[in-house]
Design a protein around this ligand. Structure first.
Ligand code: FAE
Length: 514
């Protein structure tokens, strides 16, 4: 696919914003994977849909001509309503690298709970705007660990293939991978895995590989090779802005209201009365709208959906939700670390921001580690990894009437299980290579990035808070369609599974509830 075809299509127009007192058949809260699948399939079935998104549309370039900011030079576009960046790698050579920025409705939210910071995308396209694009289908033999109440035959026969096709998941061209300077870091990661006898896998991504090759050739504007990832990719990545959202718009049946945040859903005649706050780019509320929707689909992400449901149950707005609402939340066992390589093992000053190689020690050690980039633009002699690990720890969201906020019971020390699992890979590699862990990336003398997750999952678990297709118990016409359904782990990176599960559930819901 050439550069022209990759232009970002406008995602939402202010004129299309939902009107106060509107009466609509279907309202979707959030525009990430679950929300986009739901809106597309409903619209294709002839249902008019309104999507409500608290983040921005991300369709207009800033003063530098770019929609998104670069990873190495964060600005106001980078973070959701913060006055200082909160970068996942907080330090380099031990020095803090966070900096002041104007408060703005930026694309990456570092949402802080007592024991964990949860990174999430904000804007039309949800997490697809900020994520690494790794499109991983879990091995079939692990599926029972992920969604025990779902028939693997329908997922692997129909819904995983459908999700991967719609998302445009594809593998790197092997000859290019072996030759490009941009994946030297991944080849070094693979070599070290091989020498310690760990299986490695090439991971499909949703980046346009032809485009990345053209970036290296210098014929198109750089994105992955310019280090764009955490704060959005200006080219090349097939985020939802380039896959489901154009199809959604082509139906002519969907409106998308950006900078609109749902704050309440209560039963009403004709369905549910939904209260929506319209925001300005400093986060201020400029209008409040009330809309009646026959059916409401919660697609606000694991954290967003869980927070809404827990609050609405506790405050009596949706009293019949069951006690499973808010329960079963997990971090997909995320933990990060870096290794210090020898000077004869450089990882390269040019690093593609899109990871494409994983070390699979799930069966033996409960860890799947992606060989991640450190796209600083200079040689760091570091190998960097995000591990997904097997962990039994699950937290619960609860309403705190004193603060009017939702708390999460996650404990930082619960990450020790994940660290132990990750060490089954990296202790062995360090011992074989005669290398050590980096201690300067997450603080001063701190090895493990154990304070965060990129992969929040759960809070309204399939078959517990909902039936086996996402219908919330207690309130007919309310559905959960996003990562909140998944009980805390997807064993690998989650968005393909979230997309496939949403495809499965909405097919059934359209067949039986409309
Ligand atoms: P999500 O995509 O989070 O969408 C929810 C949307 O709802 C967001 O746009 C919110 O702004 C919006 N919202 C929330 N509350 C409200 C409200 N009250 N009113 C209106 N709108 C609201 O949900 N996964 C992978 O598989 N591969 C990767 O390589 C990968 N890398 C990642 C890297 C980073 C830095 C991050 C943060 C995540 C990464 N993920 C990756 C995770 C992936 O993006 C995430 O699992 C999905 O985006 C979750 O999809 P959902 O549909 O559940």
């Amino acid at each position: 696919m050439g550069a022209a075809a990759l232009a970002v299509v406008p995602a939402a127009r202010a004129s299309a914003a939902i009107a106060d007192a509107a009466v609509v058949p279907a309202l979707v809260i959030g525009t990430g994977y679950g929300g986009c699948v739901t809106a597309l399939r409903l619209a294709e079935a002839g249902v008019d849909v309104h999507m409500v998104e608290m983040g921005m549309a991300w369709d207009t370039p800033g003063s530098d001509g770019k929609i998104f900011a670069n990873t190495t030079t964060p600005d106001q576009r980078s973070f959701w309503l913060r006055t200082k960046t909160k970068q996942p790698l907080s330090n380099f050579l031990g020095f803090p690298i966070d900096k002041s920025i104007p408060r703005y409705t930026g694309v990456l939210d570092a949402e802080e709970f007592a024991g964990i910071t949860v990174y999430q995308g904000r804007g039309v396209g949800g997490g697809s705007l900020v994520n690494g694009g790794m499109a991983v289908t879990p091995k079939r033999e692990t599926f029972g660990e992920i969604l025990p109440s779902v028939d693997p035959a329908e997922m692997y026969g129909t819904y995983y293939p459908r999700a991967n096709a719609e998302l445009g998941a594809a593998l790197v061209r092997p000859e290019w991978f072996e030759s490009t300077a941009a994946y030297q870091y991944a080849r070094v990661g693979r070599k070290h895995a091989q020498r310690s006898n760990f299986p490695y896998v090439f991971v499909p991504t949703v980046y346009d590989w032809d485009y990345m090759e053209q970036e290296e050739a210098g014929t198109v504007p750089e994105s992955a090779l310019a280090g764009e990832i955490l704060y959005g990719n200006n080219h090349g990545k097939k985020s939802l802005q380039k896959t489901y959202l154009p199809k959604i718009r082509a139906t002519g049946r969907v409106t998308i209201s950006a900078l609109h945040r749902v704050v309440s859903v209560v039963p009403a005649s004709g369905g549910y009365l939904v209260t929506i706050e319209q925001l300005d780019t400093t986060g201020g509320v400029v209008a409040t709208k009330q809309v009646t929707a026959a059916k409401v689909f919660f697609a606000a992400g694991s954290v967003g959906t869980s927070k809404l449901l827990v609050k609405l149950k506790a405050t009596g707005a949706l009293p019949n939700l069951n006690g499973e609402v808010g329960a079963g939340w997990g971090d997909n066992g995320n933990v990060m670390c870096g290794r210090a390589n020898h000077l004869w093992d450089p990882t390269g000053s040019l690093q593609s921001a899109i990871p494409t190689l994983g070390i699979d020690n799930w069966a033996a050690g409960g860890a799947f580690a992606e060989v991640a980039p450190l796209p600083t633009g200079f040689e760091t002699f570091a190998s960097f990894y995000l591990s997904i690990t097997r962990t039994p720890n699950r937290a619960r969201f609860t309403w705190n009437p004193a603060t009017n906020k939702v708390d999460l019971s996650w404990q930082t020390e619960w990450k020790q299980v994940s660290i132990a699992a990750a060490k089954t890979i990296f202790d062995k590699i360090n011992s074989k290579e005669g290398t050590i862990y980096r201690t300067d990336l997450f603080g001063v003398y701190k090895i493990w990035g154990d304070h965060l997750t990129y992969h929040p999952l759960g809070g309204a678990i399939l078959g517990r808070a909902t039936d086996n297709h996402g219908r919330l118990h207690g309130h007919p016409g309310l559905y959960v369609v996003d990562g909140a359904l998944i009980p805390g782990t997807t064993v690998v990176n989650p968005f393909v599974t979230i997309t496939a599960l949403a495809e499965r559930n909405i097919a059934r819901i359209i067949a039986t509830d409309f």
